[in-house]
Design a protein around this ligand. Structure first.
Ligand code: DOR
Length: 426
């Protein structure tokens, strides 16, 4: 007897090339069968007119725990994740203290188990204290359950440290996730250009992203290590990654809803909810990013969910912290940016939220991101026609620093199943 049977949905599983109307049976926490038959089950979920796909994976989430529980906790971010259709999130280590040893990794796993909603895969720091000087205990963190390494929030500036990080990560078989930003060129609070000049705000030139990315790609070529470019924001970076892939380098990349939807013109409002790092750039950059997702240069879609307290985000633009939240509403945003514009179809978007992040994270995420029979039963059901209005007051996230309040979107997850258990249902 199965536990759950999801009937008549359009089953999209890019990992196995499946796109057909079928029934998905779940038993004992695993995918038991996908067929047009109707095996018996304790519970039936009617998915007619809906998309049934692997549980979505967001490989870039700031959980703020430990240290800033007033902004977000692993429990609240897990609730936001499943409400947004995500069965798995990767927890960034720029916490207080940073997750740079095995006790930090253990803590994240323990809090995630306590929350019991989404899978939370810890990412460990590349360097001790995120100081960019000495490598963190990468091996021990991996043994304890970390899946990748990143100093996100900052790029690793030292070429010597970065090359050693890549060599170690390569030996351990884990990817390095890099926040590409040369710190010497981190000279402002928004994109450099006409809007920054008009507003009298310091600019951050896209060259700072591209210079670090260009250097790193050279190091990847030398070391053979797996490398993932985080929150890519500029047309020049998309082109560098495209060329690296043509040379068969083991490189993956991600894009966020805000870089796919918004430009620096939004900063004209002086609203700190548009202050993000890397900054919102130009319409040409947005276009290049959409093309990058469409042609597979950008493999993964992520939120870079970055919660901040109301008090901090109410500071003036120059003083407020960088960050935007979107876990609760990401699927509708990706549909707006990529499907409604004609750049991609649902299969492309789901691939970038399932199979591709599982591949980018590597062996620790094996079994996730697919509906293959025998895989863990992480399943998301999306209503692609559902029209709804973003209301930040209803978010499960603790934070409210979201520029999409009031946006009318089409497409929304209605059910999220994690390990065979329904963890969200609209
Ligand atoms: O806008 C951002 N916020 N970018 C980052 O890289 C870090 C993040 C945060 O932690 O707030």
């Amino acid at each position: 007897m199965n536990d759950i049977l999801i009937t008549n949905g359009r089953v999209i599983d890019p990992a196995s090339g499946r796109d057909e109307v079928a029934n998905v049976a779940i038993a004992k926490g695993f995918i038991a069968a996908i067929s047009t038959g109707r095996p018996r089950a304790v519970e039936t979920i009617d998915a007619e007119g809906k998309i049934v796909c692997p549980g979505l994976i967001d490989m870039h989430v700031h959980c703020r725990e430990p240290g800033h529980e007033e902004e977000e906790t692993i429990a609240t971010v897990s609730a936001a994740a499943v409400a947004g259709g995500f069965s798995t999130i990767c927890a960034m280590p720029n916490t207080h203290p940073p997750v740079d040893d095995e006790t930090g990794v253990q803590y994240v796993l323990q809090q995630a188990a306590r929350a019991g909603l989404a899978r939370v895969l810890p990412v460990g720091c590349i360097t001790k204290g995120r100081e960019g000087k000495e490598l963190a205990e990468m091996g021990l963190m991996l043994e304890t359950g970390a899946v990748a390494f990143s100093d996100d929030g900052d790029g690793v500036a030292s070429t010597g440290v970065m090359v050693r990080a890549l060599q170690y990560a390569n030996m351990l078989g884990a990817p390095i996730l890099q926040h590409c930003q040369d710190p010497d060129l981190m000279t402002g609070v928004m994109n450099s250009g006409a809007v920054a000049v008009r507003l009298g705000l310091g600019g951050i030139n896209a060259a700072g992203e591209q210079i670090m990315l260009r250097r790193d790609l050279e190091l990847v070529e030398r070391t053979g290590a797996r490398y993932h470019a985080m929150h890519v924001s500029s047309a020049g970076s998309v082109e560098l990654i495209r060329q690296a892939k043509e040379r068969n380098l083991p490189v993956t990349a991600e894009a966020t809803p805000h870089h796919l939807l918004l430009t620096d013109a939004a900063c004209m409002t002086y609203d700190p909810n548009y202050k993000v790092n890397p900054p919102l750039r130009t319409a040409a950059d947005v276009e290049a990013l959409r093309e990058g997702v469409a042609d597979g240069t950008i493999d993964c879609l992520v939120t870079d969910h970055a919660p901040h307290s109301k008090e901090e985000k109410e500071l003036e633009f120059g003083l407020a912290p960088f960050g935007i939240i979107s876990l609760d509403c990401a699927v509708g945003l990706f549909a707006r940016a990529l499907i409604e514009t004609g750049a991609c179809d649902w299969v492309d978007v789901i691939r970038a939220l399932t199979a591709n992040p599982a591949l980018a994270m590597g062996h620790k995420a094996t079994g996730l991101g697919t509906l293959a029979v025998g895989a863990p039963a992480d399943v998301t059901i999306i209503d692609p026609k559902k029209r709804w209005t973003v209301d930040v007051r209803k978010f499960r996230s603790k934070a409210r620093n979201c520029p999409y309040h009031g946006w009318k979107l089409k497409g929304r997850p209605v059910t999220t199943i994690v390990g065979g258990k329904v963890r969200f249902s609209l």
